[in-house]
Design a protein around this ligand. Structure first.
Ligand SMILES: [Fe+2]
Length: 198
């Protein structure tokens, strides 16, 4: 079969891209589609709502790490520059796990920055640079806010029988956040670098 050529597209219709298509959305945010995973709609809806909160907060924490990765300063610049990027990358992995869990439950995951900004409970940082102690404190407070919410959400998911969501929240989100808190908090210990006067 040969492609018909037109005056507007000399290549032919078969390879001509269909541009500027703007259909209606196929699943509104906040709804859950019916997937056969042996969890009722109320259970999946509750888990999706909790997971979208965790997703929004995790995306903000992810971006907070990149902000501090770029904007940190001082004698510990090199190590914090690298540490913040390492933690950022781990949060990126969490974001994908959480978003895909939401879709696996039949839900719709948050994605765009303005929707995330409207949803997150984390404190908005200033646009400008901050010193290392403030950067670290801001990150630690964000981690604790996430952990506080996720501990409750994990327990509620288990009570509903949603073991997959409970496992994700405990094994991935809680463990990753707890370890990152450890690495940050040790940088706020006022330990002498040269003379041990303890
Ligand atoms: Fe970088």
């Amino acid at each position: 079969m040969s492609a018909k050529k037109s005056a507007f597209n000399p290549v032919g219709r078969l390879v001509a891209p269909l541009l500027h298509q703007h259909g209606a959305e196929v699943q509104p945010y906040g709804t859950v589609s019916d997937l056969p995973i042996a969890l009722d709609e109320a259970t999946r809806r509750a888990s999706v709502e909790a997971l979208n909160q965790v997703l929004a907060d995790t995306m903000v924490l992810r971006d907070l790490y990149k902000k501090h990765h770029w904007q940190t300063s001082g004698a510990t610049f090199q190590q914090l520059h690298l540490l913040f990027d390492k933690h950022h990358d781990a949060q990126v992995e969490l974001v994908d796990l959480i978003a895909e869990r939401i879709q696996s439950l039949g839900g719709v995951s948050l994605a765009m920055a303005h929707d995330v900004a409207e949803t997150t409970r984390l404190t908005r940082p200033p646009r400008g640079r901050e010193l290392v102690p403030t950067q670290l404190s801001r990150l630690l407070e964000a981690h604790e806010a996430i952990l506080s919410y996720v501990r409750g959400a994990a327990a509620e998911a288990a009570e509903r029988g949603d073991d997959g969501t409970n496992d994700l929240l405990v094994s991935d989100v809680i463990r990753t956040n707890e370890q990152q808190v450890w690495f940050l908090a040790e940088h706020l210990v006022e330990a002498p670098l040269v003379r041990d006067e303890a």
